[in-house]
Design a protein around this ligand. Structure first.
Ligand code: SAH
Ligand code: SF4
Length: 340
């Protein structure tokens, strides 16, 4: 059975074939992304024989839930089951003024960051565009969220390195941001990368794209190479040059994420070097105190250390401390490893 979720209008036209009028594809598109039918036989706008014919070889392709963990802070961590039986993590974080869904872009991750539990899995495979969109639709449905009218934010900060699956990530973004599709705003989707430099330019050239966040996590080339071995290939100095060249939209800032590791990258001198590195960039910084986990050889810094780091960066640019969500259910940043 071929899933339809993840197909754009032109692909749906192909699925329906040249004998069907083109508005039929638009009806299917709208049924998938706006009405969000759970079964193709429920597409009531289609004539009965067409519906049945479509359902014979195709399915919607929504993920199913394997497990769902509830945190005391309202966060929910979903283990969603894909067509091939693999599972992927999606996290729902409700807040008073807005809700955020953290989605995955790959099963596992090939980037070997030393502080991240997803790294311990290695890469199993890329997600399809349909599997990326499906995570958003599943969580929206499960929590009764009206995607278009409610303030839903999407962060591509779950499992995986989104820039190593860029075609599918961009395709999913087009569907999510299409007013005739899921109907989210580009301003509400953020992609976070460990710094795959050549792919950053490709992202910047895409007409419809998420906002860009970069996981900096170190203040020197040497330190970054130790914490994020990918830096041996994609150097910090070239990463900063790529950030300088990045075509920001007039409403956009670059976000830099910085995981604070006790005694490794959390000193005042580190903070001052971060300020220097990011000077003259239209940037803001999000600090994340390490969320510890089994197999991670680092400790989280004291709150006073985090505050001191923030104080220094804040003098130069906006700098926030990201508060961990769902720590008790292993849903926080860097903790996604399918543990139950
Ligand atoms: N692969 C992408 C997106 C997923 S990771 C990236 O690395 O940017 C999302 C964020 O979680 C990154 O900023 C990463 O640095 C951070 N992170 C990873 N492990 C963490 C941990 N154990 N504690 C806190 N943050 C962590
Ligand atoms: Fe992959 Fe991001 Fe984890 Fe690094 S921090 S291993 S890039 S998921």
């Amino acid at each position: 059975m071929e899933p339809l979720l993840g197909k754009e209008l032109s692909e749906l036209e192909q699925v329906l074939g040249p004998t069907e009028p083109r508005f039929r594809a638009r009806q299917v598109y709208s049924a998938l992304y706006q009405q969000r039918v759970s079964d193709l036989v429920n597409i009531s706008t289609l004539p009965e024989p067409l519906r049945a014919g479509l359902a014979r070889d195709h399915e919607v392709g929504m993920p199913t839930v394997d497990r769902c963990f509830h945190s005391t802070d309202g966060t929910k961590r979903y283990l969603l089951r894909l067509d091939d039986g693999r599972t992927v993590e999606t996290v729902f974080m409700p807040e008073e003024t807005r809700d955020t869904v953290c989605i995955s872009s790959q099963v596992g991750c090939p980037v070997d960051c030393k502080f991240c539990m997803t790294a311990l899995m290695g890469l199993e495979r890329n997600l399809t565009a349909g599997e990326i969109v499906g995570q958003v639709l599943y969580v929206a449905k499960d929590n009764g969220i009206q995607v278009e009218s409610q303030q839903l934010n999407i962060v591509m900060m779950g499992m995986g390195e989104p820039l190593l699956n860029l075609p599918n990530v961009l395709k999913a973004t087009r569907i999510l941001c299409d007013p005739k599709g899921v109907g989210l705003s580009e301003r509400r989707i953020t992609l976070s990368t460990s710094g795959i430099i050549p792919k950053m330019a490709e992202l910047g050239a895409a007409p419809v794209r998420p906002k860009l966040a970069i996981s900096l996590n170190a203040s020197t080339e040497e330190q970054r190479q130790e914490l994020m071995p990918i830096t041996r290939k994609w150097h910090l100095k070239d990463l900063i040059a790529a950030c300088r060249a990045y075509p920001l939209r007039n409403w956009e800032k670059l976000t830099f994420e910085y995981v604070l590791l006790r005694g490794a990258n959390d000193s005042d001198a580190d903070a001052r070097r971060v300020v220097k590195l990011l000077a003259n960039l239209n940037a803001k910084v999000n600090l994340i105190a390490l969320n510890p986990g089994p197999g991670i050889p680092f400790e989280t810094p004291d709150p006073a250390r985090v505050a001191s780091f923030q104080e220094i960066v804040k003098r130069a640019m906006p700098c926030f401390i990201r508060k961990p969500r769902g720590l008790d259910i292993f849903a926080a940043c860097g903790q996604l490893k399918r543990n139950s």
